[in-house]
Design a protein around this ligand. Structure first.
Ligand SMILES: [Fe+2]
Length: 460
């Protein structure tokens, strides 16, 4: 029996060695693929009415220098870093709201980015400003570089060029709904899927990303993005870059983490969410996270096993809080298609339980839905899945909450001004294939538009 004992011992030691080797190898891969390397042009983060962060990377340690001013040929203001490094981030403070600034970036010897009339950024309008026209671009699951991604990007450019706003930039804001770099969110994949794909937009417009399952496979997301965990752009301090909020004009945005943070009611994220929404006084509330609460696209929100229950969790735990605070629009990705709901409320079960009782308003029956809503709790929400900015999947696309379900690549362009929000889904041919309007009313006239079968919500 001695030989059997020895064989068992040998097998145990070998298995242990194999596990240790696998663990070390895995750690090495995650570490090296997460590391930020090489030259990377400046991009903007944590935009607010009086401050903005500019981030860039160099392949050798150097002292970063930023010059800026109100004209491209007159960059009289200068800030520089104190210590040399490869990862550069400078925060400009004391800026004027709604102002355009031009910039150039380099080191103590030379400027090597910017300096032209195309190199500008803008500060946000003052928080609460109601008469500002805001144009927001939303991409989802954009992380597959290639022809579809480029066509969707160029379609946005075509559409905004053909539909310019007077004295306003081509865009004010930019949201990404997660899975920003396939397959693993590595630094190299982020280079290809974000920095090489959208250079002309990154040089002007601050990007607000949500955290997707593919971003979570490496750590690059948190080193690339500098997100307002200290409420640098408004809202309540979250203390983490996983989820955060910010204000822009009369809009409050909340970016949640449906991937790795605790999604249950007593978890840190939802406790913070309650505090944040309790403190919010903005007219519009827009919330974004990766895993959609309602979808019959690539992912099925009825399937408790899909994405380990994340879609179901977001619907069951998060939606009641959002609707209690009168959320207007919820944006998600993960499914690679476009799904847009009616103005709905109080639906936290699976799709077989969805009925007329959950529809606050159907809007018009054609593609141009016009929703009129009240302010406050359970006043109706439009849910959008827009995860087709780089690829489209085949699926049933028949969720009953959805008024429109399209297997078309595209992105959203949303215009908000005072009490009106107009959202358009722009396909890869720059055609508007869905448009909906949300109008908020102070008086009782919204009742004229109420679905008579809507049952209200007794959840709270
Ligand atoms: Fe995903």
């Amino acid at each position: 029996m001695l030989w059997l004992k020895r064989a068992f011992k040998w097998a145990s030691v070998s298995l242990l060695a194999l596990l240790v080797f696998y663990g070390v190898a895995r750690f090495y891969v995650v570490y090296t693929e997460s590391r930020i390397e090489g030259d990377r042009a400046p991009y903007f983060q944590k935009q607010s009415a009086e401050a903005i962060s500019i981030v860039w990377h160099t392949d050798k340690p150097e002292i970063g220098v930023l010059r800026y001013g109100s004209r491209p040929d007159d960059l009289t203001l200068e800030v520089s870093e104190l210590e040399p490094g490869e990862a550069h981030e400078l925060r400009l403070t004391g800026l004027e709201p709604s102002q355009r600034y031009y910039y150039a970036v380099g080191n103590t010897r030379a400027m090597f980015y910017g300096g032209s009339e195309d190199d500008w950024f803008m500060t946000a309008p003052e928080t609460g400003a109601d008469e500002e026209a805001v144009r927001l671009w939303v991409i989802g699951d954009s992380g597959s570089p290639g022809k579809v991604q480029q066509a969707v990007r160029d379609a946005m450019t075509t559409w905004v060029t053909n539909n310019p706003r007077e004295d306003e930039p081509y865009l004010d804001q930019w949201l990404a709904l997660g899975d920003n770099a396939y397959r693993s969110g590595s630094n190299r994949q982020y280079q290809a899927a974000l920095f090489d794909a959208y250079p002309a937009i990154l040089k002007n417009i601050a990007l607000w990303p949500a955290y997707g399952n593919h971003d979570a496979r490496r750590r690059a997301f948190f080193d690339i993005f500098s997100l307002p965990e200290q409420a640098e752009s408004g809202g309540v301090i979250s203390g983490t870059e996983h989820y955060y909020s910010f204000d822009y004009a009369n809009i409050h945005y909340v970016m949640l983490d449906s991937q790795d943070s605790d999604r249950e009611s007593d978890g840190d994220m939802l406790q913070w969410l309650q505090r944040d929404l309790e403190a919010n006084r903005q007219k519009w509330l827009i919330v974004a996270f990766h895993h959609p609460p309602y979808s019959k696209g690539t992912h099925d929100s009825d399937d408790e096993g899909d994405s380990r229950g994340r879609l179901v969790d977001m619907r069951q735990y998060v939606l009641p809080v959002l609707e209690k605070y009168g959320v207007d629009l919820v944006l998600s990705g993960h499914s690679h298609g476009y799904e847009r709901s009616y103005l709905i409320d109080c639906h936290y079960g699976d799709s077989s339980q969805f009925s007329e009782k959950n529809i606050v308003s159907r809007g018009a029956e054609d593609k141009n839905a016009d929703f009129v809503k009240a302010k406050g709790a359970h006043s109706g929400t439009v849910y959008v899945v827009a995860g087709a900015s780089a690829k489209v999947d085949n699926a049933s696309m028949n969720h009953p909450a959805m008024a429109v379900s399209l297997k078309q690549a595209g992105s959203l362009i949303i215009d908000i001004e005072s009490s009106t929000l107009v959202a358009r889904y722009i396909n890869a041919d720059a055609q508007v294939v869905d448009e909906f309007i949300i109008e908020k009313r102070d008086d009782d006239s919204w009742k004229e538009y109420l679905n008579p079968d809507y049952a209200g919500c007794t959840q709270d």
